[in-house]
Design a protein around this ligand. Structure first.
Ligand code: IMP
Length: 429
C-alpha cells in the first residue's frame, strides 16, 4: 500500500500530532520529512500530554517503525533528550527509530547566527522559533553543512567542524559583533554523539522504498504548514523548508507516484505564530477568546499564537498546491459558544473581490477579508462520536467548508484526547 501524507494546511499548529498518532495504529511506518525541533507535535492520552519535536508521533505505537528523513535538520542535543524522555515513558525506541545518514545537523552556531540575524532585522524580524533551522538549511544549500553521517567518522567530523566553526566565528564577530564559540569544546561535545546516534543511523531512503515494495503502509508526517513553505508560503515570513506535499518526496526519497492520499489537517479557525500577514486575524475579544479556549500558545516556544477566522481563500490555495484528497478538521470544540462564525471566502483589494491568494506580500498585507456568516452553537461537542450527532449549526459549518473546498471531511477532532475524535468513513486500524 502506498504513502499517505499528512499536511498542515495553514500556518502550522493545526493538530497534526494528534491525527498522526491516531492514524499510526493502522500503518507500519511513520516518516517525518522536513523541519526540525521548531515543530511541536502535541499528543494527549487520557491523562498525559507529551510534545514531540523531532521523533515521529508513531513512536507511541508498538510495531510502528519511525523514520527521520533526509529532509529534516537534526539538533543532536534535542534529539537525544527526546529519545531519553520517550524511553523513560516506557516506550521502545531502539530498533524502531531510523535516522537518515543524509540529514543535516543543527549546530550551536546556527542558533547563535539566527539570534544575531533576528536582532539585526529588528522590526523586520521573522519571529523564528530560535532553533537554528534557517541557518542550518542555508549551510545545506551552500554545500557546507554537517550531516548525520559525518558524526560517525571522528576525523571527518573534526575537520568539518573546525572549518565551519572558524568560519562562523568570523561572521559572528565581524558582522554581528556577537560572542564566538570555542572550537575544541564543541568538537569534544559532538564527537560523543557518534556512539549514541550510531544504532539509529541508516539509509532511510532505501529502507522506505524497500518497505513500500513489501506492501507496507507508510504515513509521511509534515511539520509546520503549507503557508510557511519557503516557496509557497508568505515569504519571507516562512520556515526554511517545504512542509507541503512536494517536501515528502525530496525529504524522504519516495517517488511522487507512491503517494495516493494527501490528508489536510485544517484547524476550524486560523492561527499563526511569529510575524507576517494574516488577513483574518482578530485583534479583539473574539481573538482573545479563541486563544484562551483553544490554548493557543506555541508548543515549542510558548509564544501566544495570533488567532482569527477560518480563511477559505488561503485553504483553497494550499489545496491546489497539495492536491488534498481528504480533510481532517481539528479543534471544532473551540468554536462552541460563539454566537456567530465568520468564514473568509474572498479578499477585497484593488477595488474588486478576489478568490486568489496573492503571491506578493504587499497585497496580502493589505487585503480586506470578505466574510460569510454562519450561526454558532452552544451544545458541548466534546463527547460526540458521530457527525450526525453534532449540533445542526456545527454540521452546517463543516458542510460549508467541504462544499467550498470540494474535498470530503474524513475526521473531526472535538478535543485533545484520542477518544475525542469523529471518524467519517476513515479506518484507523
Ligand atoms: P523557523 O522555522 O524557526 O525558522 O521560524 C520561521 C517561522 O515559522 C516563524 O514564524 C515561526 O513562528 C514559524 N514556525 C516554525 N515552526 C512552527 C510550528 O511548528 N508551528 C507554527 N509556526 C512555526
Amino acid at each position: 500500500m502506498p504513502v499517505t501524507v499528512i499536511i498542515g494546511s495553514q500556518w502550522g499548529d493545526e493538530g497534526k500530532g494528534k491525527v498522526v498518532d491516531l492514524l499510526s495504529s493502522g500503518v507500519d511506518v511513520v516518516a517525518r520529512y522536513q523541519g526540525g525541533a521548531n515543530a511541536g507535535h502535541t499528543i494527549c492520552w487520557e491523562d498525559r500530554t507529551f510534545v514531540l519535536h523531532l521523533v515521529p508521533s508513531g513512536i507511541f505505537h508498538d510495531g510502528v517503525t519511525c523514520v527521520i528523513g533526509n529532509g529534516v535538520v537534526i539538533d543532536p542535543v534535542a534529539l537525544m533528550k527526546e529519545i531519553d524522555t520517550i524511553k523513560q515513558l516506557g516506550f521502545e525506541v531502539d530498533g524502531r527509530l531510523l535516522i537518515s545518514h543524509n540529514a543535516h545537523l543543527i549546530m550551536p552556531y546556527h542558533k547563535r547566527i539566527e539570534a544575531a540575524i533576528e536582532q539585526a532585522r529588528d522590526a523586520g524580524a521573522i519571529g523564528t522559533t530560535g532553533r537554528g533551522i534557517g541557518p542550518a538549511y542555508v549551510d545545506k544549500f551552500a554545500r557546507s553543512g554537517v550531516r548525520v553521517v559525518d558524526l560517525l567518522d571522528r576525523d571527518v567530523l573534526r575537520a568539518k567542524l573546525t572549518r565551519s566553526i572558524n568560519e562562523k566565528n568570523e561572521v559572528l564577530k565581524k558582522v554581528y559583533g556577537a560572542d564566538t564559540l570555542n572550537v575544541d569544546d564543541m568538537i569534544e561535545e559532538y564527537i560523543e554523539f557518534d556512539k549514541r546516534i550510531d544504532p539509529y543511523v541508516t539509509d532511510t531512503t532505501q529502507y522506505l522504498n524497500g518497505a513500500l515494495r513489501e506492501g507496507k503502509r507508510v504515513l509521511a508526517e509534515g511539520a509546520q504548514g503549507s503557508l510557511l513553505d519557503v516557496d509557497f508560503g508568505t515569504y519571507p515570513f516562512v520556515t526554511s523548508s517545504h512542509p507541503s506535499a512536494g517536501g515528502c518526496c525530496t525529504g524522504l526519497g519516495v517517488p511522487p507516484t507512491a503517494i495516493d492520499r494527501v490528508m489536510a489537517i485544517v484547524k476550524a479557525y486560523s492561527t499563526r505564530v511569529g510575524n507576517g500577514p494574516f488577513p483574518t486575524e482578530l485583534e479583539d475579544e473574539t481573538g482573545n477568546a479563541l486563544r484562551k479556549v483553544g490554548d493557543e500558545f506555541g508548543a515549542t516556544t510558548g509564544r501566544p499564537r495570533r488567532c482569527g477566522w477560518l480563511d477559505l481563500v488561503a485553504l483553497r490555495y494550499t489545496a491546489t498546491i497539495n492536491g488534498f484528497t481528504e480533510l481532517a478538521i481539528t479543534k471544532l470544540d473551540v468554536l462552541t459558544g460563539l454566537p456567530r462564525l465568520a468564514v473568509c471566502t474572498g479578499y477585497r483589494y484593488g477595488g474588486r473581490e478576489h478568490t486568489r491568494f496573492p503571491s506578493d506580500l504587499k497585497t496580502l498585507s493589505s487585503v480586506e477579508p470578505v466574510y460569510e456568516y454562519l450561526d454558532g452553537w452552544d451544545e458541548d461537542v466534546t463527547n460526540v462520536s458521530r457527525i450526525e450527532d453534532l449540533p445542526a449549526n456545527a454540521r452546517a459549518y463543516l458542510d460549508f467548508i467541504e462544499a467550498y473546498l470540494g474535498t470530503p471531511i474524513r475526521l473531526v477532532s472535538t478535543g485533545p484526547k484520542r477518544s475525542q475524535t469523529i471518524l467519517a468513513g476513515l479506518e484507523t486500524a
